[in-house]
Design a protein around this ligand. Structure first.
Ligand SMILES: Nc1nc2c(ncn2[C@@H]2O[C@H](COP(=O)(O)OP(=O)(O)OP(=O)(O)O)[C@@H](O)[C@H]2O)c(=O)[nH]1
Ligand SMILES: [Mg+2]
Length: 492
């Protein structure tokens, strides 16, 4: 006999005559089961079609495997770089020292959505011009990584790391005016820069209101408000960093004032030589600024590689300095300082310091206290257990228990009825997990997270979890696991 075909989920499945006969015998039972569930069949059909037909557009190219990104965290001392790094660091952190210094760096892999990156926590840097020896290696890493240009070929590479695809400048928002000077310098490096505007909590308490959008517009860089030790703004910072690379968004050029620009014009022209560009492999405005500032490393390299050109450059530099009230380097520094201060004034408003002690203050007092922090965290764990065992048991009685009671009398004897009964039991089981356990638990955890309690708990338990090779942020999946292991595993 010819094989008959039945369509299951869009696939044609051949049925032999015996199967066909059995199917017809089962049909009344299945039909009865389906009749019971008929109000939901339409919804299930729509949902199954939505699942099979939904197309999720992926970015054109993902940064994964050998194409993973490198993100460098840079900033002035105590701006919060290490706090940000620790917040995203997995257990596989690699440490190293920049060659010829005792300055350490750390790097680790991070997952940013579907993209992968390696994040590097660099030593603090105050300025890119007139940098000290330790800052010099960090600068050389930012410029070239482990791929030095001809002028730096004789130096040991600062670290065996590829150069960054994007720079995240961690900025202390409470000292924004000073930190913007470094931002103006970083904007000359020709790489995407993202500003992580950290310590927004302290800035708020000091009455400092920063217009983040205006700042971002003026600099041509994404600016993300952040409170690193609370975990606020961290994922957005990394998402914006990846997006900046994908869009190859480079900062708006921040030229010095017209008066100085005109004076530096001859020096700029003398440096605009393809062989100089090829030897240094740095953006022209940056090289111009280094030579104009008489920066040791770059002037030395110029002396070694372009001995005939250097005297001309120095003469042009002296000519640019002539009639200036101060030495050229000081003049350039003052100009940068002035531009940073002007920008700061444009984007900030200083109000009255926040005197009141709001509930967040008391949360900090409790959770960030060396001893009471642990007690507070244990209390939250206790509250979650109470919800799971007491509140959920009550909800269970109202939902799943009633459904079980309702279906208890249905004892089918046909195969179709048994299959339908199994489906109904499965659905009741699902309802019994989702409504009494998962929903209250997830709502509670979202509430705790939005209030900032979870971030504080993650901070408190971080040290303890590190002993078992985990990070403090696993506190959320840990608690979620009290309701259901599957979302807990996927969240981890
Ligand atoms: N109030 C507040 N403090 C923060 C924040 N982020 C970091 N801190 C604190 O700022 C201090 C300095 O943070 P670090 O992460 O060590 O700063 P860093 O930039 O790595 O410092 P160095 O590498 O030593 O230059 C630490 O005490 C942090 O706890 C924040 O968003 N708000
Ligand atoms: Mg640090």
């Amino acid at each position: 006999m010819e094989e008959m075909a039945e369509t299951v989920g869009g696939l044609a499945c051949p049925l032999n005559p015996d199967q066909h006969h059995r199917m017809h015998r089962c049909a009344p039972g299945i039909a009865r089961g389906l009749w019971t569930w008929r109000p939901h069949l339409g919804t299930l059909w729509t949902m199954s079609r939505a699942v099979t037909e939904t197309v999720v557009p992926l970015p054109r190219h993902l940064f994964r495997g050998p194409h993973r990104l490198r993100i460098a965290l840079i900033g002035m001392p105590n701006s919060g770089k290490s706090t940000l790094f620790d917040a995203v660091a997995s257990t596989s952190v690699q440490k190293g020292e920049f060659s010829g210094t005792d300055k350490a760096y750390r790097e680790c892999p991070v997952q940013v959505g579907l993209d992968e990156a390696r994040v590097i926590d660099l030593p603090s840097i105050r300025t890119l011009h007139s940098a000290g020896r330790d800052e010099q290696v960090a600068l050389r890493y930012l410029l070239w990584g482990d791929d030095p240009p001809p002028v730096a070929a004789h130096d040991a590479t600062p670290a065996p790391l590829s150069p960054p695809d994007v720079i995240v400048q961690v900025v202390d928002a409470t000292a924004l005016d000073r930190q913007l000077e470094l931002t103006l310098e970083l904007s000359q490096l020709g790489r995407p820069v993202v500003i992580a505007l950290n310590m927004m909590d302290t800035a708020g308490k000091k009455g400092l209101h920063i217009n983040v959008r205006a700042l971002s517009r003026a600099l041509g860089m994404p600016v993300v408000p952040m409170v690193a030790h609370m975990g606020h703004g961290i994922s957005e910072t990394f998402a914006r960093a990846v997006a900046a690379v994908r869009e190859t968004a480079c900062p708006v050029p921040q030229p010095c004032n017209k008066h100085i620009r005109e004076r530096l014009q001859p020096l700029s022209q003398a440096l605009s030589r393809p062989d100089v560009q090829a030897a240094f492999r740095v953006p022209h405005p940056f090289l111009l600024m280094q030579i104009a500032m008489d920066e040791g490393y770059f002037v030395d390299e110029m002396r070694q590689h372009f001995p005939a050109l250097l005297p001309t450059l120095m003469e042009l530099r002296v000519a640019a300095e002539r009639d200036l009230p101060r030495p050229l380097a000081e003049e350039l520094h003052a100009d940068r300082h002035h531009r940073a201060a002007t920008l700061f004034e444009e984007v900030t408003r200083i109000g009255a310091p926040h005197e009141g002690k709001g509930w967040r203050y008391w949360l900090d007092e409790l959770f960030l206290h060396p001893h009471w922090g642990l007690v507070g965290s244990l209390a939250v764990f206790g509250a979650v257990l109470f919800v799971v065992f007491e509140v959920s048991a009550w909800l269970d009685g109202l939902t799943a228990a009633r459904l079980i009671e309702w279906s208890a009398d249905w004892q089918p004897t046909s195969t179709g009825g048994v299959v339908s009964r199994a489906v109904v039991d499965g659905l009741i089981g699902l309802v019994g997990i989702v409504i009494p356990y998962m929903l209250p638990l997830v709502m509670l955890l979202v509430g705790l997270e939005q209030a900032g309690v979870m971030q504080r708990i993650a901070f408190v338990v971080d040290r303890g979890f590190h002993h078992v090779g985990l990070h403090g942020s696993v506190a959320v999946p840990f608690l979620l696991g009290l309701g259901c292991n599957v979302p807990a595993l996927s969240a981890a």
